[in-house]
Ligand binder design. Sequence first.
Ligand SMILES: Nc1ncnc2c1ncn2[C@@H]1O[C@H](COP(=O)(O)OP(=O)(O)O)[C@@H](O)[C@H]1O
Ligand SMILES: Cc1ncc(C[n+]2csc(CCOP(=O)(O)OP(=O)(O)O)c2C)c(N)n1
Ligand SMILES: [Mg+2]
Length: 320
Amino acid sequence: MSTERALIDALRALATSPAARGLADDAAVLELGGERLVLTLDTLLEAVHFLPDDPPQDVAWKLVAVNASDLAAKGAQPLGCLYSHALGETRWDHAFLEGLGEACRHFALPLLGGDTVRMPEGAPRSFSLTALGRGPTATSVPSRTMARPGDAIWVSGTIGDSGLGLDLLLGKTQAPCGPEADWLKTRYRRPMPDTRLGPALAPLVHAMMDVSDGLMVDLSRLAEASGAGAQLALERVPLSNAYRAVAGHDLAARLKAATAGDDYTLLFTAPPTHSARIRTIANEHDTPLAKIGTITPTTGLTLHFEGAPMPLPERLGYEH
Ligand SMILES: Nc1ncnc2c1ncn2[C@@H]1O[C@H](COP(=O)(O)OP(=O)(O)O)[C@@H](O)[C@H]1O
Ligand SMILES: Cc1ncc(C[n+]2csc(CCOP(=O)(O)OP(=O)(O)O)c2C)c(N)n1
Ligand SMILES: [Mg+2]
């Protein structure tokens, strides 16, 4: 069976337009006169991206949120979206639309059109959404490829919450019922990308992407795309209080968080001289921004925990 990576490598031969950015980025960027149209498409598949008994409103929310997250990573202002719906039970579908309306308003992505199909009986539910945004014009549209040796590596928000929420929902991790467990499950079902942060950071960053497959795998992709390496300080991976309460904050908990995925936070690199300005943006947006490592001239991802080098885990994140 093909893997995602092998297929995208093969598709590169077809995607030769400069707007495709070598299929090495979160979104395409079409230059239109003086404007830049940023385009991204993500699909959610039942049992792969969401659970069959997740509330339909939350599935719709996640569909819009994951695409809004890709726009934010390109510093783009949301313009609108197109979405494809696989018909199911009427009540489920209507509840889904309720969530879709709510999410389109929240992420400022008005619905512009789409497509509707009926899947064969018993097929898993599947939804796709294309989001359109207006990219920055005064500065370049941040890509995954522009990290430079010596850059500081930053991540927004907290890492691992959604993955732990999924473990709780699947009964893979036990925790007493309570506000922490509920909050983590909500992080899985309703990701909350901070979409104002991306445009604010765009003028200061060298490279930027969102964390969807896992902090480690996404950082290794950003470094590889930039022809560089990355050194990650595991003790600096930002963990929420709820995450710490349920899974702790030791090395194992940090490795778990940094490989879980579904975070939809921003991963970016910037010259160390921009650190103070980046911290000001964090304060203005009331979002934590953590400096978690450094871009290195030698390729590959290297891990440290409290100063000591650590071997890479077998799995760096989620891969289709
Ligand atoms: N079927 C496809 N056809 C064309 N491009 C694709 C396809 N699947 C993935 N890509 C491209 O490959 C790159 C990586 O995809 P992906 O890992 O899904 O990015 P993201 O995590 O930002 O959604 C992106 O540029 C995306 O547009
Ligand atoms: C039921 C279920 N099992 C496992 C996961 C974990 N998971 C599935 S896909 C994925 C990565 C993100 O999905 P992908 O399609 O790769 O999004 P993209 O990187 O294209 O934005 C993760 C962490 C999940 N979200 N739901
Ligand atoms: Mg994708």
